[in-house]
Design a protein around this ligand. Structure first.
Ligand SMILES: *Cc1c(COP(=O)(O)O)cnc(C)c1O
Length: 523
C-alpha cells in the first residue's frame, strides 16, 4: 500500500505529464491539483460530522443483518469540499470553452434563464400542490407548449417526456396506439442507416422490428428505397431532419405523403431543430410526431449531468393518443388534465410517460430563452448556427475529407471523415490531439455511415474569433495525423490523464466495492 499525503497524492500519480517537462514532486501542475479517488483517500473511520452512537434496537428485517462495515470512505468536511472542487476543475463544460459535439447543440445557456428558473414560484413548488396554488407554473407550461406548437406547425404537444430518447418512445407509443385503435397490428418501423442509435433502440423497445434504409451518395435518405419498403406491415418511419450528416432531407414531404398513403406514420427526430427553428415547420412537411430536445435547441444546461426535457409535438391524426397530463386554459384558469379530469375527450390517450408533469426547471429556462429571443431572434439563431457550420466546413474541406461537401451547404454541423490520414492514424488521434490544444473534441465515429466520422457543431453562440482558433487547431492536428507525427499517437500529453485504454475500461471496469455485506443470520 502506497502512502497518501493530505491531497490524496500517491507517488505513482506524479508522472501524469512527466514527458512535457520537469515532473513535480507532488504530481500537481502549478495550481492544478492532482486528485485521487475518494476510495483511495477516504477512510471509514473519518466522518465530516459527529454522530451520536446508534441506540440499541430490535431488527425489523427478519434476521437479515449487515455482517460487516460496507466500506464507504469518509472525509472531513474541508477535505470533502476540496475533493469535489478539485474534481470539478477537471470537468470541461460549455462555460469553459468551445464544445463542438455534433448532434448535441452545446450552446451557451443565457444566465437570464437561470435567474428565472430560480424564482421561488417556480423552484419551490411541489408536483402535488393544489392546481389553484400553482397557476403561474401551469401558465408557463401552457405558454411554452403554445410556442412549441406554433414553431413546429403541429396540432398539440406532450410536455412530460424527460429527454429526446424518452420523447421518441412517447411518439412511437402514440403511433402504436393509433394503429391499435383501428385494429391494425403492424410490426415494422423503418429507420435510416444514419440515424442516432436511440431511434432503432426506441422502435425495438416498443416491440417493433427495425428495418434499415440506406443513404444515397449525397448523404440523404434514399427516397426510392424507402418508398419501396412501405407496405401493410410498416407502422412508421423514423427520420431525422436535418439528418445526422448535417443535411436537410429535402424529400421529407414526398416521403411523408407516401408513408401516409401506405397507412403508416412519420416520426421525426427533432434533435437538430436548432438548424431550422423559425424557418421550417415540420408540420408542413407531413410529420406526425417529433420530439424537441429543449436542452439542445432552447439552451437549458446539458452535458455534465444537466437534466433533459423532450416534449413531443403531434399532428392532428396522433393528438387523440397523446399521453396525459397536459395543461388546458379554461377562461383565465389553467387546468391540469389528468386521468380524473380528462373525460371522454382524451379516452384514447395511451397513458403516461412520467408520474408528474415533466421537467419544470427546463420549461422555465426554455420559455425564458424563447421569449428573450422572440420569433425574429429564433430565426436568427438557426441562420447563425448554419452560417457557423458552413464556415467550418469550407475552412477545413481542403485539410480534412468532407464526404458530403459536394451536397451543397450543410445545416448546423459539418461532417468530416478520417480518409487521408497516415497509415495507423485515425479520428481518435485527432480527437486526443484536440484535447491538448484545449478543445473538447467533436463527436467522433458517428454517424456510422461515414468512416471515422468527425461531426462538428459550433452552434450560433460561438464568436468568429473562437471558431477561427478552433479551425487553426483542428487543421494543425489533422496535418500531424496526415504526416504520421508519432507524438500524436500518445496524445493527450497535457491532460490530467494520458490516453486511456477505453476497451479495457469497458471490458474490465475496476469497481471499488467490498464483499456482499448482507446475510441472513444463521437460525
Ligand atoms: C441527442 C439526440 C437524441 C437523444 O436525445 P436525448 O435528449 O439525449 O435523449 C436523439 N437523436 C439525435 C439525432 C440526437 O442528437
Amino acid at each position: 500500500m502506497s502512502t497518501i499525503n493530505a491531497s490524496g497524492w500517491k507517488p505513482e500519480m506524479g508522472t501524469g505529464n512527466a514527458d512535457v517537462g520537469v515532473p513535480t514532486t507532488t504530481g500537481n501542475r502549478a495550481l492544478m491539483l492532482e486528485e485521487a479517488l475518494i476510495f483511495e483517500i477516504g477512510s471509514s473511520s473519518t466522518c465530516g460530522v459527529d454522530l451520536p452512537p446508534i441506540p440499541s434496537h430490535a431488527s425489523r428485517l427478519g434476521g437479515l443483518a449487515r455482517t460487516q462495515a460496507i466500506g464507504l470512505p469518509g472525509l472531513s468536511e474541508p477535505e470533502t469540499v476540496r475533493h469535489y472542487t478539485r474534481l470539478s476543475r477537471q470537468n470541461y463544460g460549455i462555460d469553459l470553452g468551445f464544445f463542438p459535439l455534433g448532434s448535441c447543440t452545446m450552446k451557451h445557456n443565457p444566465r437570464l434563464n437561470e435567474k428565472i428558473a430560480r424564482m421561488k414560484g417556480f423552484a419551490d413548488i411541489h408536483p402535488l400542490a393544489p392546481v389553484s396554488t400553482v397557476q403561474g407554473a401551469l401558465a408557463v407550461i401552457h405558454q411554452l407548449a403554445d410556442w412549441l406548437v406554433k414553431l413546429t406547425g403541429m396540432a398539440s404537444v406532450a410536455m412530460s417526456p424527460k429527454a429526446g430518447a424518452h420523447g421518441e418512445l412517447c411518439g412511437i407509443l402514440a403511433i402504436r396506439a393509433a394503429l391499435q385503435a383501428r385494429g391494425d397490428a403492424r410490426e415494422v418501423i423503418l429507420v435510416p442507416d444514419s440515424a442516432h442509435g436511440t431511434n432503432p433502440a426506441t422502435a425495438a423497445f416498443a416491440g417493433y422490428r427495425v428495418e434499415g434504409i440506406p443513404a444515397r451518395d449525397d448523404g440523404r435518405v434514399d427516397t426510392e428505397a424507402l418508398i419501396a419498403k412501405l407496405g401493410p406491415n410498416v407502422a412508421g418511419v423514423m427520420i431525422t431532419n436535418p439528418n445526422t450528416c448535417g443535411l436537410f432531407e429535402r424529400d421529407l414531404r414526398i416521403i411523408a405523403d407516401a408513408v401516409h398513403a401506405a397507412g403508416a406514420f412519420v416520426y421525426c427526430d427533432g434533435a437538430n431543430f436548432n438548424a431550422i427553428v423559425g424557418r421550417v415547420r415540420p408540420g408542413d412537411l407531413g410529420v406526425d410526431a417529433m420530439h424537441i430536445n429543449l436542452h439542445k435547441t432552447f439552451s437549458t444546461p446539458h452535458g455534465g449531468g444537466g437534466p433533459g426535457s423532450g416534449p413531443v409535438v403531434f399532428s392532428a391524426a396522433l393528438s387523440p393518443f397523446a399521453p396525459l397530463p397536459f395543461v388546458e386554459k379554461r377562461g383565465d384558469y389553467f387546468e391540469l388534465i389528468e386521468e380524473e379530469t380528462a373525460g371522454d375527450h382524451h379516452a384514447a390517450s395511451f397513458g403516461r410517460m412520467v408520474a408528474f408533469h415533466g421537467q419544470m426547471g427546463m420549461f422555465t429556462r426554455a420559455l425564458s430563452y424563447i421569449m428573450s429571443h422572440g420569433a425574429d431572434g429564433l430565426r436568427q439563431v438557426s441562420g447563425d448556427a448554419v452560417l457557423n457550420a458552413n464556415y467550418i466546413l469550407r475552412s477545413l474541406e481542403a485539410t480534412l475529407d468532407a464526404p458530403f461537401a459536394h451536397s451543397g451547404p450543410c445545416m448546423h454541423e459539418a461532417l468530416f471523415s478520417d480518409d487521408g490520414m497516415a497509415e495507423g492514424f485515425s479520428t481518435l488521434d485527432i480527437a486526443k490531439g484536440l484535447i491538448d490544444e484545449g478543445f473538447h473534441p467533436m463527436t467522433v465515429y458517428f454517424p456510422l455511415v461515414v468512416h471515422g466520422a468527425m461531426l462538428v457543431e459550433p452552434t450560433e453562440t460561438e464568436s468568429k474569433a473562437g471558431i477561427d482558433q478552433f479551425i487553426v487547431a483542428l487543421r494543425q492536428v489533422a496535418e500531424r495525423a496526415k504526416a504520421g507525427d508519432a507524438s500524436l499517437k500518445s496524445a493527450p500529453h497535457f491532460a490530467p490523464r494520458r490516453r486511456l485504454d477505453e476497451t479495457l475500461a469497458a471490458r474490465k471496469p475496476v469497481l471499488v466495492w467490498t464483499q456482499p455485506v448482507l446475510a441472513v443470520a444463521a437460525e
